[in-house]
Design a protein around this ligand. Structure first.
Ligand SMILES: *Cc1c(COP(=O)(O)O)cnc(C)c1O
Length: 378
């Protein structure tokens, strides 16, 4: 048989995970680590401790890593935190919010879905009313940076409402943690979920949860799945010095530790957030100059990913646009909004404003549906 041809990847990933990682992060994957060796487990412990430091300055928080993609980690939290007689409120304004409701469907957890559509902010009055009218509610879940559109949800205001009602607060901060400054204690978050391959700039393979230690201690025996039992995984890591219950993604963990070091070297979350914002600003200004329109108004956009309306031209096809950009060294992301024809460009990963300038030049060359070059194109 012929060997399987493995294509080169001579492009920058402008997608929200996996994303472009540094050579030094990838380099760490060349080591084959032993999963029960002390050196490896110590590394896991230091990674967990660093995540807690990044998440809050307050005491009383803990972390746990979980194999799988980010969704597995969300499913692990929903399935392990909500008790058998519990009820969830899911606030959604995009695919990732709705996915939490879908997880609840699979796990047969009763829930209310507060769906704001895809381009509106969550309805806080409706949340308040629900919490007042249904005393069976125990947990509220929301996405911070809704990667469907790039919208940033007001997790501080939602947290105040949730905690005033005495409920447990779950935040999917998958595409924002490490790229936008936040403090879990100030935001009153009980369980926060993110993953290796977003703003920390690691490679895919596991997610992680940062939780209030007391909230974590309360969830023993609630899990609806063995491999996604968050409490059991946490207990194993706590009691056995960073040991995972089942085969751990050793190469990914080593790369992630390097990614955490590089986040420090960059100047921490504040510096990274500033770079992502600069990427976003460069992108939006350049795209507007080329005649593209953003899906969201300026006040609603996050610096993580930006949605643009597709050109209203009969000859436009995303596939062709994508291929032209790929040939020029950039990979962009299709739209996920159902109500509008869009494409998306990620601002996160090992990407600098200068890369965005080069991207804009490539886009100006790739507007094949325009007969003449666009005014303002460089
Ligand atoms: C990336 C992402 C996820 C998880 O996606 P996976 O494909 O399972 O890694 C969940 N929520 C949000 C907001 C995300 O951006």
């Amino acid at each position: 048989m012929n060997p399987i041809a493995i294509p080169d990847t001579p492009y920058l990933l402008l997608t929200p995970g996996p994303l472009t990682t540094t050579a030094s992060v990838k380099q760490q994957m060349l080591g084959d680590a032993c999963t029960w060796d002390d050196d490896y487990n110590n590394l896991v412990q230091r990674v967990g401790a660093r995540l807690v430091e990044l998440a809050t300055a307050a005491e009383g928080y803990t972390s746990v890593l979980m194999q799988g993609s980010g969704t597995a980690c969300v499913e692990s939290v929903i399935g392990s935190a909500v008790p058998a007689d519990g009820k969830l409120v899911v606030m959604a304004n995009g695919v990732y919010g709705k996915r939490i409701a879908q997880i609840a469907d699979y796990l047969q957890i009763p829930y209310h879905l507060l769906d704001a559509g895809e381009t509106a902010t969550p309805d806080l009055v409706a949340l308040q009313n629900l919490l007042t009218s249904d005393s069976e509610i125990t947990h509220v879940a929301v996405v911070h940076s809704e990667t469907t559109t790039g919208m940033l949800n007001p997790i501080d205001e939602i947290g105040r409402i949730v905690k005033a009602a005495g409920k447990t607060y779950i935040v999917d901060a998958m595409s924002s943690f490490g790229g936008i400054e936040m403090d879990l204690a100030e935001l009153q978050i009980d369980f926060m979920i993110s993953s290796a391959n977003k703003c920390i700039q690691g490679v895919p393979g596991f997610g992680f949860v940062i939780a209030r230690r007391e909230a974590m201690q309360q969830i023993a025996g609630r899990a609806r799945s063995l491999s996604l039992d968050l409490y059991d995984q946490w207990q194993c890591m706590e009691e056995h010095n960073g040991k995972w219950r089942f085969t751990s993604p050793t190469h990914v963990v080593r790369a992630f530790a390097q990614a955490l070091n590089e986040l420090e070297q960059e100047g921490g979350v504040a510096a990274r957030a500033a770079r992502y914002q600069a990427n976003h600003r460069t992108l939006v200004a350049g795209m507007r100059a080329l005649g593209f329109k953003t899906l969201l108004d300026d006040g609603l956009m996050s610096p993580i990913i930006t949605s643009f309306y597709s050109p209203e031209h009969a000859d436009y096809s995303f596939k062709r646009f994508y291929e032209l950009l790929k040939a020029r060294g950039f990979v962009i992301y299709p739209g996920k909004v159902s109500a509008a024809d869009c494409f998306r460009i990620g601002n996160i990963g090992d990407i600098q404003p200068a890369d965005m300038e080069r991207l804009l030049a490539a886009i100006a060359e790739s507007c094949y549906w325009q007969a003449r070059p666009v005014a303002g194109a460089r």
